[in-house]
Write a protein that binds this ligand. Structure first.
Ligand SMILES: [Fe+2]
Ligand SMILES: [Fe+2]
Length: 336
């Protein structure tokens, strides 16, 4: 049997019977217990674990998948063994592109970007050369099997030494700024000839990066609103006014983030000049918040350790808590 994503996923269309979920669970446990190695029919195969977040449930969903490396990229195929429908994990990553990858003994966050058009076809041909079974799956379905590029989230952010909570916040801001730069560069490539012909194959790629930025921003602000800001308000009462203004900016940015997603969703028909102006306005507002927060809070955060120190004695002012991580997020738990 070829190494195949569909052989393991829990889409219900697997060739593993009678219980794909329990089979997957066994493979996942073996993978984690043995540094990414599994035995049986998959001995020696290229296998990773992919964790997505359910579109409706909001729950994490892990599947073992075969992978292929081509053109320097890490690829998985949503083959579902050639079934008529896309597997659940693929539907999940279209809604929430920031995913968790376990590969060997390494674990990292990634942005899942399905390839499109000629790029998809070229990558799929490379996949079939490495694992011919995917060609069989493609012949069994009318779906064009999606080829998903798993992009390491830390790839375009310089590593930062984490000596304290301030560095942790800066690391998250570095990542958010990098995503905005990425988004601007991709939209410029989309309007490649200055406003005439577009590059349609970039549509989904831009959308995924935009959603990843929004997902990362939501997780980061949620960590600040629920953890860092309340703790700072207790330990530094003089900052309460500043913290209230920053929390208000979070609410404003939440609306702006939705506007950004809507703007990008319409890129296929947008007038380039208006699109660029609106994107510039939105990114300037987002970047202004990051700069404002750093100006106001970093001095107060200096010296606060991360990970947090052990609980203080009752008479001591509490230290800010770390950011919670409600879902896989590069801003909550970057891995390099
Ligand atoms: Fe913030
Ligand atoms: Fe922040």
């Amino acid at each position: 049997m070829p190494m195949s994503s569909s052989s393991f996923d829990s889409s219900g269309s697997s060739d593993v019977t009678p219980s794909p979920d329990s089979f997957n669970q066994t493979v996942i446990e073996e993978f984690r217990a043995n540094g990414g190695r599994v035995g049986g029919p998959f001995e020696g195969g290229d296998l990773l674990l992919l964790t997505t977040v359910g579109v409706r449930s909001g729950r994490e969903h892990t599947v073992p998948l075969g992978f292929v490396r081509a053109e320097g990229l890490l690829l998985v195929v949503a083959s579902a063994a050639g079934a008529a429908e896309d597997p659940q994990w693929y539907r999940n990553l279209l809604a929430r592109p920031v995913v968790r990858v376990e590969l060997g003994e390494e674990a990292f966050d990634a942005i899942a970007v399905p390839a499109e058009g000629a790029r998809r076809d070229r990558l799929f041909a490379a996949v079939v050369r490495a694992a011919p079974g995917y060609g069989d799956y493609q012949r069994h379905t009318e779906r064009v099997l999606p080829v998903v590029v798993l992009e390491h989230t830390g790839a375009d952010v310089p590593p930062r030494e984490i000596a304290g909570l301030a560095d942790r916040i800066l690391e998250a801001h570095d990542w958010l700024r990098a995503q905005l730069r990425h988004l601007r560069a991709e939209t410029e490539a989309h309007f490649a000839d200055g406003g005439g012909a577009r590059v349609p194959s970039l549509g989904l790629q831009i959308r995924q990066h935009c959603l990843a930025f929004c997902q990362g921003l939501t997780a980061h602000h949620s960590g600040e609103d629920r953890g860092v800001f309340p703790a700072l308000a207790r330990s530094h009462p003089q900052l309460r006014g500043v913290l209230e203004r920053l929390a208000e900016e979070h609410r404003t940015l939440s609306g702006l983030k939705d506007g950004l997603a809507a703007l990008v969703a319409g890129i296929g028909t947008a007038e380039p000049g208006a699109f660029r102006a609106e994107l510039a306005r939105m990114t300037a507002a987002l970047e202004a918040h990051l700069a404002h927060e750093e100006r106001e809070l970093l001095p107060a955060l200096a010296g606060i350790p991360f990970p947090p120190a052990p609980a203080p004695a009752p008479a001591t002012a509490p230290s800010p808590a770390p950011e919670p991580s409600p879902e896989p997020s590069p801003t909550a738990a970057p891995h390099r």
